[in-house]
Write a protein that binds this ligand. Structure first.
Ligand SMILES: *Cc1c(COP(=O)(O)O)cnc(C)c1O
Length: 503
């Protein structure tokens, strides 16, 4: 009796554990077909970016699904169960009118590569867990360092995204400074005596992950000095010089500038050439957060905007933003690989020092993660199936539509555009007809209402403390007409809200 049960259970193992051989191949094919059919149904059966259900309704629909059974359930049954509550209630980022965040519609080659990434399940930490993948990543990193015009000493690693890449830039900048300033090794000895004097400069519009990183690195948020931006939302280089001189005269120790190439709200680019020159003179580390702006690397028409990027000591680039890859996919690039030493720790079971002597490449030495995804594969499959030219023209198309959106909003009465000549593909604006005393409140309601109706998903942000609206145009299939229709919706919603308020 007992043995039969065990055998039956063992047969079930075959159904669920991915296995080599004919049987495994068939199980894999059958089940991926079922999943493909389910996703196809969702794509067929949804025509809005969001169902528009309330939190309560979503929770209600999820409740029975979240019941975890003790015994097996067929895949078909589970797919059927999750299709509505989870799949359909997701935000449909591929919809042409989904234009809120830096959250892209994923390209098919990337989505399909995810299936391979999961099936192969390589881990990028040591060579013996990713014998081919290690070299795919290495070669892609080399390709990327060449594309950004870095010298041959450059290196890098795939990361979970801009946050992790910014963290790595700040970590290396901190540790290199402590080493050169005090001959102090943070890696072994912790923070040095005078760490409270260390300062980093970044734009007041920089991504919050810069401040978060510095805080997590033990320097405290107080170590981050926000630099005022000019009317184009770029760090003012004269202000940078003034602030650094002021800090030095107070006996403080500025050690790095974290510039942004494509701020989250305005897509603005800090003056990279000026900052690079200044950092060189002063011996400061220049990190460039190009999580968003890195997309322009493949643009035919706007690549020139990245001039000076190659002078950064380190940079963050995201593929899951303006390079249309499924989450997560980013890289950290470093102008000189010698600084990677500041990161490396050895573990006998993973990357023993002898491995290095024998020339075995364990990528864990370059990363702050251990087990790590083979994200490089989706970039490779995308670049190869599409070619760089088509991918670049997708980026150019989103730029074109962003410029159209800005000019159309400027043309329509009642709208005020904060960045009328968008540097990248975001447009920040407000609907503020003259008879409205509190446009911030109205715009907040417009954004909410559109989301609740699920017809268009746009973003909100604050400008001088007041709510504004934002389009983030990352979908190359979003057209001028889609933009017009969303603006019409905004006007219609505003009129209904204002009518409602005044009645
Ligand atoms: C999105 C973004 C980040 C954070 O990147 P994640 O990939 O979300 O970790 C950092 N900087 C900028 C400018 C961004 O737009």
């Amino acid at each position: 009796m007992v043995t039969t049960t065990k055998n039956q259970t063992a047969n079930l193992f075959d159904l669920f554990v991915l296995q080599q051989g004919e049987e495994g191949a068939e199980a894999f094919r059958k089940q991926t077909d079922l999943v493909a059919d389910t996703i196809a149904d969702v794509l067929r059966g949804t025509d809005q970016p969001f169902t528009g259900l309330s939190v309560e309704e979503i929770k209600q629909q999820l409740r029975p699904v979240m019941d975890i059974p003790e015994s097996a359930q067929s895949l078909n049954e589970v797919l059927e169960e999750i299709k509505g509550p989870i799949l359909k209630n997701s935000l449909h980022v591929s919809h042409e009118k989904s234009m809120a965040h830096l959250h892209c519609p994923p390209l098919l080659p990337g989505v399909l590569a995810e299936l391979m990434i999961g099936s192969l399940n390589q881990s990028m930490d040591s060579w013996d867990q990713s014998p081919a993948a290690t070299y795919v990543e290495e070669e892609l990193i080399r390709y990327l360092t060449e594309t950004v015009k870095y010298p041959v000493e450059a290196d890098g690693v795939f990361t979970s995204g801009g946050t992790q890449s910014n963290y790595m830039g700040m970590l290396l900048a901190r540790d290199d400074f402590c080493l050169s300033q005090w001959n102090h090794r943070v890696q072994t000895d912790g923070l040095p005596e005078h760490f409270t004097k260390m300062r980093v400069l970044c734009s007041e519009n920089a991504h919050f992950s810069v401040k978060k990183s510095i805080s997590q690195l033990g320097l405290g948020e107080q170590a981050v000095i926000p630099v005022p931006v000019d009317e184009n939302h770029q760090m003012d280089p004269d202000e940078v010089v003034r602030i650094v001189e002021d800090l030095e005269s107070e006996g403080l120790l500025p050690f790095a500038i974290a510039a942004t190439c494509g701020t989250t709200d305005y897509g603005s680019i800090d003056p990279l050439e000026d900052l690079a020159e200044f950092c060189k003179q002063k011996g400061l580390w220049l990190h460039v957060d190009a999580a968003y702006g890195g997309g322009l690397l493949l643009s035919q028409e706007h690549q020139h905007k990245l001039a000076g990027l190659e002078r950064a000591d380190s940079m963050a680039l995201d593929f899951h933003k303006w390079l249309f890859q499924p989450i997560s996919c980013g890289v950290f690039l470093l102008k000189n690989r010698k600084y990677l030493r500041l990161l490396s720790h050895h573990a006998d079971y993973l990357n023993p020092a002898e491995d290095e002597e024998e020339g075995i490449l364990n990528l864990v030495d370059k990363s702050i993660q251990t087990t790590r995804r083979f994200d490089a594969l989706k970039v490779l499959v995308t670049l190869k199936t599409m070619g760089t030219s088509l991918l670049g023209s997708m980026i150019d198309r989103t730029m074109e539509v962003a410029q159209y959106a800005a000019s159309e909003l400027e043309r329509r009465p009642g709208f005020k555009v904060i960045n009328p000549s968008p540097e990248m593909s975001t447009v920040v604006f407000q609907y503020c007809p003259e008879d409205i005393a509190t446009p911030g409140e109205l715009n907040r309601k417009i954004q909410q209402q559109l989301f609740q109706e699920g017809r268009a998903v746009i973003a909100k942000t604050a400008v001088d403390g007041e709510t504004h609206l934002k389009f983030t145009l990352l979908n190359p299939r979003t057209s001028e007409n889609d933009v017009n229709e969303v603006i019409d919706e905004i006007e219609k919603t505003a009129h209904a809200l204002v009518g409602g308020i005044s009645q």
